[in-house]
Design a protein around this ligand. Structure first.
Ligand SMILES: [Zn+2]
Length: 300
């Protein structure tokens, strides 16, 4: 696809009533500072947004924030303001990745067929299909049209069958996409059993790549990505939504290990010189995601 010239870009007339300005931190309500300006991922348009930082929890967000119904609408039509590629073309998750995930989600003593599994935001659906084949009950929440080809998918968490509760819940690369991550995690808690384990991944703004590149960081993808969490903003988010973390670690995209990064260099078919050029940064600094495991706080 040819690159769009700067002069060919236009301003998109976003419906202003579908956006909310957040002068205060959407996580802890403290004062914010403007740290940069940023374009959306739709390169045909020139619309600029603000990148804000909370003065207390150091959370970053895009301001103004689209309201959830508008975001869900943009996903339902696969708008270029929120998705930059067709999920069906995503590279397949391989059996190694699935085994690795299984070991994170179930201990050796646990049998997956005893568990009710819920995945929010199924993306390519490879992980979802795998867990559907090995768990007792499996549901997914996916507003994008790519969810339709999988079984037991609803477009909103409120559409899950009443009285069905889950004890393994996966939310990979979703919290950064929604208007209100606290609200989403509260809703997830409502459909969770008391012995639930929750697993999340999302961009890490405490990482060196985020601090160095700011609005040029590879995770800066408005209106796809809106929230960028610090360790402090994660803890506040969990506490306000009825969860606590048992593990918070910085990780690479797709939870890649050192060994996998090295073996990718030799196995993935793409531009070798580009891969060798990117390798040192990826190996040393590529941990610009969070991987967290959580339990539910007891209801009062
Ligand atoms: Zn804050």
């Amino acid at each position: 696809m040819s690159k769009i010239q700067e002069s060919d870009r236009k301003i998109f007339n976003f419906p202003l009533d579908q956006f909310q300005q957040n002068f205060f931190c959407p996580i802890c309500n403290s004062k914010s500072v403007l740290i940069d300006e940023i374009y959306t991922i739709n390169s045909s348009y020139n619309n600029k947004f603000h990148l804000k930082e909370c003065s207390f929890c150091h959370h970053w967000w895009i301001d103004p924030i689209p309201i959830q119904s508008y975001l869900s609408y943009l996903y339902s039509i696969s708008s270029k303001f929120v998705v930059s590629h067709d999920y069906s073309n995503d590279s397949k998750v391989n059996s190694n990745d699935l085994n690795k995930l299984y070991k994170k989600i179930f201990s050796e003593k646990e049998t997956s067929s005893d568990y009710n599994y819920l995945e929010i935001g199924i993306g390519s659906g490879d992980v979802y299909d795998y867990f559907q084949s090995i768990t007792k009950i499996c549901y997914g929440v996916e507003p994008g049209p790519w969810g339709l080809k999988h079984r037991n998918i609803v477009s909103d968490i409120n559409e899950l069958p009443l009285d069905l509760k889950f004890n393994r819940i996966v939310i990979f690369d979703v919290l950064e996409h929604v208007q209100n991550p606290i609200q989403l995690l509260k809703q997830v808690k409502m459909v969770a059993q008391s012995d639930v384990k929750l697993f999340c991944t999302f961009p890490n703004k405490d990482s060196i790549l985020a601090k160095c590149y700011r609005s040029k960081w590879r995770m800066m993808r408005p209106l796809g990505h809106i929230h960028f969490f610090s360790k402090k903003s994660i803890k506040i988010t969990l506490n306000k939504s009825g969860w606590y973390s048992t593990k918070i670690e910085s990780s690479r995209p797709n939870l890649k290990t050192n060994f996998e990064i090295i073996s990718d260099l030799f196995t993935i078919k793409s531009n070798l010189s580009e891969k060798i050029f990117n390798f040192p940064q990826e190996f040393l600094l590529g941990r610009d995601q969070w991987y967290i495991e959580c339990n539910a706080l007891k209801n009062d």
